[in-house]
Design a protein around this ligand. Sequence first.
Ligand code: ADP
Ligand code: MG
Length: 584
Amino acid sequence: MKEKNSIGKYLGRYKWKYFLGIMTLFIVDFMNLYIPQFTGEITDGLKSQTMDMKGVLQGIIKIVLVGIVLTVGRFSWRYFIFGSARSIEYDLRNDLFAHLEKLSMGYYNKNKTGDLMAHFTNDLNAIRMSAGPAVITSFDACIMTLMVLTKMILYVNMKLTFLAVIPLIFIAIGGVYYGRSAEKRFAEKQKAFSDLTDQVQESISGIRVVKAFVQERQEQKAFAKANQDNKDKNMQVVKLQAAVMPLLDVVIGLSSLITLLYGGYLTINGTITLGRFVAFNQYIGMLVWPMIAAGDSVTFFSQGAASIKRIKSIFKQTPEVYDVAGETDDTIKYLEGAIEFSGLNFKFTQETPEVLKNITLKVEKGSTLAILGRTGSGKTALANLLLRLYNVNPGMIAIDGQDIRKVPLKVLRENIAYVPQDNFLFSDTLKNNIAFGAEDNDINLVQKAAEEACIHDNIMEFPAGYDTLVGERGVTISGGQKQRSSIARALMKDAPILILDDSLSAVDTNTEEEILKRLKTNREGKTTIIIAHRISTIQNADQILVLEEGSMAEYGTHEELLHRQGIYAKMYEKQQLEKQLEAV
Ligand SMILES: Nc1ncnc2c1ncn2[C@@H]1O[C@H](COP(=O)(O)OP(=O)(O)O)[C@@H](O)[C@H]1O
Ligand SMILES: [Mg+2]
């Protein structure tokens, strides 16, 4: 995205609507000028007693006609300009969401959900305000002022106009100072709102932990603090505006005084008629709105500018992982499932230590690799790299003999079924959760996958069966049920590569055995990677990798590793012992 024009691009799409809107606004402003003039004419006519009732009525009809044009005009400019601003907000919101969906894991590791939510609400609102109301107010402020002044000079008196306008100069000077101060305060206000959103988001999604650790009061305190900060920052804005408004009144009041004084004098000595004096007073009144509008448009634009900066900084983020032109081989349409790691080293960021060191091994197509290791040994990292959620250096991971970077991302991820360690389910029906990512959400296929994952019987026990809503709006299902639903979702994909990241930890040993038995037939001829803690889960795998702090501590079959008398053998002994103790 081009840096400079990113918002201009959106404005450009609606230029004709803006043009029409501004045109009607211009007409409205212009017509507005005639009402004081007509009132003045009636006043003069009445005073010199040259006007009869018919003349008064004619004057009134003129005013009513202008009024009708004004009404239609005001509808039109609102429709065109506010409508365009809404459309811009809509487009921008869609693009922002699409952009966020494209960004890589690295971005989400660094940025908070609440922050991102705040962009979708507050910042987009602020941008809409500058694309709509601010356009109108600034146009009005300039054009109305100019037109009213011209009218004052031409229809009433030049000297009187100049005198009356002197105090208004202070407004222009004040506006500059106000704009600077406003933008800073708005940026702080938006930031405080982000923090507040973040606080709510964290507390609510972590409510179980909060309750379990009896931290409600602490959370309340933390929230109250963020809320206070948000209020303070808003008060800063309110104070600024509150100080500005009465000052405006003072300035306008001064103008009125001058008008009364010097205008009265001119009327008495006959330079201007009484009617024009009356009209002049109305014109001064008509300058109030543009002055306030000027203040408002500075407010809107400063707020908008602060928000545009924040939104732009998101748009400037580029995905770290993407199909590199010239590197990606578009002829690759599907994967066979042969995987090779060659001297794989990996760290999440420049600052953090290496979490995988010199991993070298081959997974034949159709075979099963098991990965064992303590928490933090890099098992999940390895799975994430296969999905290319993070980039690795060329030559470190190959799939079907091709560097992983050559495989189009879409093909890569479509051909890997992944059961993530955190088993995330959406607030949707179980059916849709299982069919998520599958092309066909036929209930028979969903059921088949659920049976393979040993979750079908559980689902049938829920009153709503496969239509049971998960999570926030529906049934909260147990950790084990969640895990198995997650497995069903992956099996539904029937991909050449399946990765189970610690996906059987919350099921009992009998169910585990059943799932593994079914997997064995189901995954015949297809590659499977099982990450686990229990040796019972993995002992039948073709190859077993034991990770220790990111390094290949041991690698081989179950028998080979038992012979080595190393970590694996020790773990096996320990777990056998535990089993025997359980049986007693
Ligand atoms: N997003 C991240 N940024 C930096 N370090 C990370 C990130 N995720 C995990 N780590 C670190 O990488 C190491 C391996 O983590 P992980 O692969 O999740 O371990 P395992 O799955 O074996 O428990 C750990 O030391 C962990 O702290
Ligand atoms: Mg893990």
